[in-house]
Design a protein around this ligand. Structure first.
Ligand SMILES: Cc1ncc(COP(=O)(O)O)c(C=O)c1O
Length: 298
């Protein structure tokens, strides 16, 4: 079929215009769990549902938004369109890769990484696939000639730690190991050159139109604005992980702030839909609930 040119349009959109497309009626700091739909996505979904119900949907036309999503990912991640496959879940693609590893091979992963890129490899243990978990900050130095594949997230889902992909690239080139980088928590705020990797991530057109550098400045700037507001030094991630006291959840609920609990800590994520006011409100509410032990160690 022919893909219309506007399906691939990536004309620039300012951050302010992009942010105006979001309608959260609370302070939403949980994009790491699920991103909010911009108005254009909401409208497209309503239209598709209405056409489906009315019997006027065109199955072939479903390829258009898919082509646009593929083009957006190409724009954000610097890959060739012909290598972008679209699927429903990261774990499905990881499972395909796991199932195609030769028997008895070693897969190197980061301890505590997201289950979608860990469990598919553990599921192959019956034919001798060995999963070796090492601390994220040592993953590059742990690549050896016995490592067939390194499977790791560019940004850790639980706490936002950022992998040193340059070091991993160098280490894997030295031994010939293949690398599977899960960019789910990265593409959309962290500029990632995925042309070096087998990659998996969601992408949307609005993000491509705003551009990776603007998104990075915005999301990281907000995370660091929040960190400064509670007395932490700046970090390198749009996801902030905090140890808090038992009253934090109630204080957040009273102020209508949404975050999530991961690995026994509070996780807040800052993204295109988040504003300065959101970061400041969260800092005001949480300042007295962040445990001092953690303030000293971050
Ligand atoms: C790092 C990471 N990978 C993948 C996923 C989603 O995995 P799946 O598509 O298999 O449900 C998430 C969701 O939070 C994630 O944080």
């Amino acid at each position: 079929m022919t893909i219309h040119a506007d399906a691939l349009d990536a004309s620039p959109v300012t951050l302010a215009a992009a942010r105006a497309e979001f309608d959260a009626d609370a302070t939403y700091l949980d994009t790491a769990t699920f991103g909010l739909p911009p108005r254009r996505s909401w409208a497209a979904l309503q239209q598709a549902l209405a056409q489906w119900r009315a019997g006027t949907a065109d199955a072939v036309a479903y390829d258009l938004p898919l082509a646009a999503a593929r083009a957006s990912y190409v724009h954000l991640a610097g890959v060739d369109p012909c290598v972008v496959a679209v699927g429903s879940q990261v774990s499905v693609f990881a499972g395909l890769i796991a199932a195609n590893l030769p028997d008895g091979r070693e897969v190197l992963t980061a301890t505590g990484d997201f289950t979608s890129i860990l469990f598919p490899f553990y599921a192959q243990s019956g034919r001798g696939i060995r999963v070796r978990e090492v601390p994220l900050d040592r993953i590059a130095e742990c690549v050896t000639s016995r490592t067939t594949l390194v499977a790791v997230s560019a940004v850790q889902s639980a706490d936002g730690r950022v992998a040193d992909l340059d070091a991993l690239h160098a280490a894997s080139r030295a031994t010939g190991a293949r690398v599977l980088v899960d960019t789910t928590q990265a593409v959309g705020w962290l500029p990632v050159n995925a042309s070096r990797w087998v990659a998996a991530a969601p992408a949307v057109r609005l993000l491509a139109q705003v551009g990776a550098q603007s998104l990075h400045r915005h999301a990281l700037g907000l995370a660091n604005r929040f960190r400064a507001g509670i007395g932490l030094k700046p970090g390198d991630s749009a996801i902030v992980s905090l140890a808090t006291n038992g009253a934090a959840a109630d204080a957040m609920a009273a102020a209508r702030i949404t975050g999530s609990a991961r690995a026994g800590r509070l996780r807040l994520s800052f993204h295109v839909s988040t504003s300065d006011q959101d970061a400041d409100l969260a800092a005001d509410v949480l300042r007295r609930h962040v445990t001092s032990r953690h303030l000293a160690t971050l």
